[in-house]
Design a protein around this ligand. Structure first.
Ligand code: PHE
Length: 346
C-alpha cells in the first residue's frame, strides 16, 4: 500500500510536468495513461492486493488520480486544438482577410483617357526628359535668347554640376519631346506627349509649381488647319460629350502660326455662366496652331514640303472639373483617403 501511494505521487509529478506539444503528444499521453493497457488501469488492477480495510481509502485516492489524469488529457487536447482549426470551430461564413487594392491617381486616369482618344486616331505616345537643355525647351521652338515670350513661362533653371553651365532647366512644357521626335527625321509624325512640367509659380489652390500636360504633334505633307480643327473637334466630343459646344479663338504662341485657343461650353452651367467659367459660359481647354516654319527648319525638316499642327493641354484642370476638386495641391499630397476615391475616369 505504501509503495502504491508513493507510485501515485511520482506519477502525479510526471503528469504535472507535461506540456502541450501538438496533437500527437496528447494522443500519446492518452495511450500511456488512460488507455486499456495504460498506467491508470494498471493501478486499478493493483486494487485487489490492497488489504480490505484500506480499500476504501485507496479507492478514493485512485479515483482522484484518475480525474487528475483525465483533466490533464483534456488540457493537452484543447491546447493542441487551438493550433489547428477543427470542423467545429471553423466558420466558413466569416469574410476572408481582404487584400488592399490600389487605385490609379486621378491625374493618371485623366491622362490615360486623353491618350486613348488620340490613340484611336493613330497617335503614338512619345516621352522625353524632364530636365532639359535650353535649346530643346525654348530656342528650337522659335524662342531665341532674350525673346520676350520666354517670360510667358516662368522657368526653373538648374546649374549643371560638372560644367557649372546654367542653360539647363526643368521643362516648362512637353514640347521638348516634339522637338526630339522631329530631330529623328522619321516622317510623317503623329505623336502625343504626356508628362510632368514645371513653372516657377506661387503654389496655391489654383496653381502649382509643377503640373501635367498632354501635347500633340502631327506632321506630314499637306496637313492643314482644317485637319487641326477636325482632330480637336473629335477629341472634345469624345472627351466632353457629343453635345459640347466648341469655339476657337485667335491666340499667340511663338512656335505656331497661326495659333488658336480652344474653348468648350462650360459643362457645369451648360453655357449659362457660373463661377467656374467666370460667368462667360466657356472653359479654355487647350492651345494649338500650325507648326511655325522656323521650328520645322530648326529640326531639319523642310517647311516647303511638310506642314503640321500642334496642340497642348493641361491635365489638372479637366481633372479638377471632372471630380469636383477645389484644390490642386491635393493631387500631390499623397493622402490615401483622397487618392482611393478615384477608380475610373469615365
Ligand atoms: N506649349 C504650350 C504650353 O505649354 C501649349 C501649346 C502646344 C500651344 C502646342 C500650341 C501648340 O502652353
Amino acid at each position: 500500500m505504501e509503495d502504491l501511494l508513493k507510485q501515485i505521487k511520482d506519477y502525479k509529478d510526471e503528469i504535472a510536468a507535461y506540456a502541450a506539444n501538438g496533437e500527437k503528444s496528447a494522443e500519446e499521453f492518452r495511450i500511456k495513461w488512460l488507455g486499456t493497457k495504460g498506467l491508470v488501469k494498471n493501478l486499478m488492477i493493483e486494487m485487489k492486493n490492497v488489504p480490505a480495510e484500506k480499500k476504501k481509502e485507496f479507492g478514493q485516492i485512485l479515483n482522484e488520480f484518475k480525474q487528475f489524469t483525465e483533466a490533464k488529457y483534456e488540457e493537452l487536447k484543447s491546447s493542441t486544438s487551438n493550433l489547428k482549426p477543427q470542423a467545429s470551430n471553423l466558420d466558413l461564413t466569416l469574410p476572408g482577410n481582404s487584400i488592399p487594392v490600389g487605385t490609379r491617381h486621378p491625374i493618371s486616369l485623366m491622362a490615360n483617357r486623353i491618350i486613348s482618344i488620340f490613340q484611336r486616331l493613330g497617335f503614338a505616345v512619345a516621352e522625353g526628359p524632364e530636365i532639359e537643355d535650353d535649346w530643346h525647351n525654348f530656342t528650337a521652338l522659335n524662342l531665341p535668347e532674350h525673346h520676350p515670350a520666354r517670360d510667358m513661362q516662368d522657368t526653373f533653371y538648374v546649374q549643371h554640376l560638372a560644367t557649372g553651365g546654367t542653360d539647363w532647366l526643368l521643362r516648362t512644357h512637353t514640347s521638348n519631346i516634339q522637338i526630339r521626335e522631329m530631330q529623328k527625321g522619321k516622317l510623317p509624325i503623329r505623336i502625343i506627349c504626356p508628362g510632368r512640367v514645371y513653372r516657377n509659380e506661387t503654389v496655391s489652390a489654383r496653381s502649382h509649381c509643377f503640373f501635367h500636360q498632354v501635347e500633340g504633334l502631327y506632321i506630314d505633307e499637306n496637313v492643314s488647319f482644317a485637319d487641326l480643327k477636325q482632330t480637336l473637334y473629335f477629341f472634345a466630343k469624345e472627351m466632353y460629350g457629343q453635345d459640347v459646344k466648341i469655339r476657337f479663338r485667335p491666340s499667340y504662341f511663338p512656335f505656331t502660326e497661326p495659333s488658336a485657343e480652344m474653348d468648350i461650353s462650360c459643362m457645369l452651367c451648360k453655357g449659362a455662366g457660373c463661377n467656374v467659367c467666370k460667368k462667360t459660359g466657356w472653359l479654355e481647354i487647350l492651345g494649338s496652331g500650325m507648326v511655325h516654319p522656323n521650328v520645322l527648319s530648326n529640326c531639319g525638316i523642310d517647311p516647303n514640303k511638310y506642314t503640321g499642327f500642334a496642340f497642348g493641354m493641361g491635365i489638372e484642370r479637366p481633372a479638377l472639373l471632372k471630380y469636383g476638386i477645389n484644390d490642386i495641391r491635393l493631387f500631390s499630397e499623397n493622402d490615401v483617403r483622397f487618392l482611393k476615391q478615384f477608380t475610373s475616369a469615365v
